[in-house]
Design a binder for this molecule. Structure first.
Ligand SMILES: [Zn+2]
Length: 503
């Protein structure tokens, strides 16, 4: 325990501490020395190089975004403002099967949206990616999942619509071993996307088993979030049981109005698996719309018969978020193109892809509000943004996820308590993804901290104007340095590559 006459680098005075464990809050000053929290209690007699008065404010661990696609963005825009301004101090990248290595394949997907500066050179494997993070030093910490789609493209080239050969499975398994050796936190699939959708359960389990040998997580954008939701959740659980992995169901939802309510049974499947001893959890962003690749919407027949993984989606419920080279398309509904071009929705979508290329992203209204609340309130759900901050009209979740939960769902609607919400944003993901020394406010932990006003914090990002920071969240601290002060980014870049289980 520290003594009251200590001298610190930073003291946050007079706040109410939500420590990330899910326990009730308590009043305490927080003393920071270097990158660590070194005192918690009454520091009224202590001094510091920098004092911040946070009376009336909540102080919590920095938020851990378990569902990030910012693999390239953290290198191309290392202030990562859309994240840091909403209190995120760590991102887990590599979700939905799209990973950062091998570089040549990875750069062809997410890399097309985020141009890397000259100084950032192609990296060799996941070890190279994590080393590049440490070189560039973004404003937040980065942990990484190994993406199956990227490995499959590397191993199988253009011939994707078949099972892999033994040699090709061995190649994928080799990359997983490389990544896990380097400190990755697990393995992800995106089974609604190409080429993941061509893979069978036994292929996935075979590759996942390598990650699980290291204690990694299996995170899956499951095969179907529409009419086949339950079978798809079962598949993720089976992969967990075959491989021995702890399982993370990505952005847990029921998509397509004909499927709303199915989330009840899907939560029951998760509960049943947990009772059998399997560690199954999920993540969520707090909106009734999702965002994905337009190509995937067409591949899943969402605009025609709804037989694929999205259920049925109407063209008026699809907004163009990102259309490289066609900025005037961004923000428009697909229905407006259907009218202008006098084409069926499917054909209008294909025409946009033909013009703007495969990296067109859309916002889709596909979820029921009741389901969103039910998932949020469930103890197995943690929070992630799934943000893709490209183009002029990205989904507002990239800027608004955390303040929206704290303002709308905690304060205004009481869907969950504040201490539960904080747990889902910090301690719970730190445990799941083995981020040692993170996700809690206690002496000895890393000083990743967020200060917000529980009475006013709220998101401001909308579909029309999606790139706006929250209000009521003045300060964010990463590894002991103030990265956001009074709502303004300081350009401090103190983030690090996080390696599984290592401080
Ligand atoms: Zn996904």
């Amino acid at each position: 325990m520290s003594t009251s006459h200590d001298h610190f680098d930073l003291i946050l005075r007079g706040g109410t501490v939500y420590d990330g464990t899910g326990d009730e809050p308590f009043s305490a000053d927080i003393g920071v020395t270097g990158d660590r929290i070194t005192a918690l209690g009454d520091l009224s007699k202590a001094t510091a190089k920098e004092d911040i008065d946070v009376s009336g404010m909540a102080v919590s661990p920095g938020f851990i975004d378990v569902h990030s696609h910012d693999d390239f963005h953290v290198l191309s825009s290392p202030d990562v403002e859309h994240n840091t301004l909403q209190g995120i101090t760590t991102v887990v990248v590599g979700n939905c099967g799209f990973g950062a290595a091998p570089y040549e394949v990875a750069a062809g997907r997410l890399g097309d949206l985020f141009e890397l500066p000259e100084a950032v050179k192609p990296w060799d494997g996941y070890a190279g990616y994590l080393a590049t993070i440490d070189q560039v030093k973004p404003s937040l910490n980065v942990a990484v999942l190994i993406g199956h789609n990227t490995l499959r493209l590397d191993a199988m080239g253009d011939n994707q619509e078949v099972p892999p050969s033994i040699d090709q499975v061995t190649l994928m398994a080799g990359w997983v071993a490389e990544g896990m050796d380097a400190g990755a936190v697990g393995f992800s699939t995106g089974l609604i996307y190409e080429p993941g959708r061509f893979s069978m359960t036994d292929e996935i389990a075979a590759v996942a088993t390598v990650a699980c040998g290291y204690g990694g997580v299996y995170a899956s954008h499951i095969r179907n979030e529409g009419g086949g939701l339950l079978e798809a959740v079962e598949e993720a659980i089976i992969v967990g049981e075959m491989s021995g992995c702890s399982v993370q169901i990505s952005h847990h939802k029921a998509s397509g109005s004909e499927n709303w309510g199915r989330i009840e049974q899907s939560l029951e499947l998760i509960e049943a698996a947990r009772q059998r001893g399997l560690d199954v959890t999920a993540d969520q962003y707090p909106y009734t719309s999702g965002s994905t690749r337009l190509a995937a919407v067409l591949q899943n027949r969402a605009l025609t018969d709804g037989s694929g993984g999205f259920g049925l989606v109407k063209s008026e419920d699809v907004l163009i978020a990102t259309a490289p080279g066609f900025p005037t398309y961004e923000g428009r509904s697909l229905a407006s193109f259907v009218n202008e071009w006098d084409l069926p929705a499917e054909d209008a979508g294909q025409k946009i892809l033909d013009e703007a290329g495969e990296n067109v992203y859309v916002v889709i209204f596909m979820m029921g509000e009741g389901d969103v609340r039910r998932v949020m309130a469930h103890p197995t759900t943690m929070i992630g943004t799934d943000g893709i901050p490209a183009g002029s009209k990205p989904h507002p979740r990239a800027w608004g996820t955390y303040p929206r939960i704290l303002g709308k769902y905690v304060r205004e609607e009481g869907v969950i308590s504040l201490h539960d919400a904080i747990h889902k944003m910090s301690g719970m993901p730190a445990d799941k993804f083995q981020l040692a020394g993170r996700g809690v406010v206690r002496e000895g932990a890393f000083a990743d901290l967020v200060v917000f006003d529980p009475d006013t914090v709220i998101d401001t990002a909308t579909y029309e104007d999606p790139k706006t920071p929250p209000t009521g969240m003045p300060h964010v601290i990463v590894n002991g340095s103030v990265v956001v002060r009074d709502g303004v980014h300081t350009h401090a870049r103190t983030g690090r590559a996080l390696r599984r289980g290592r401080e």
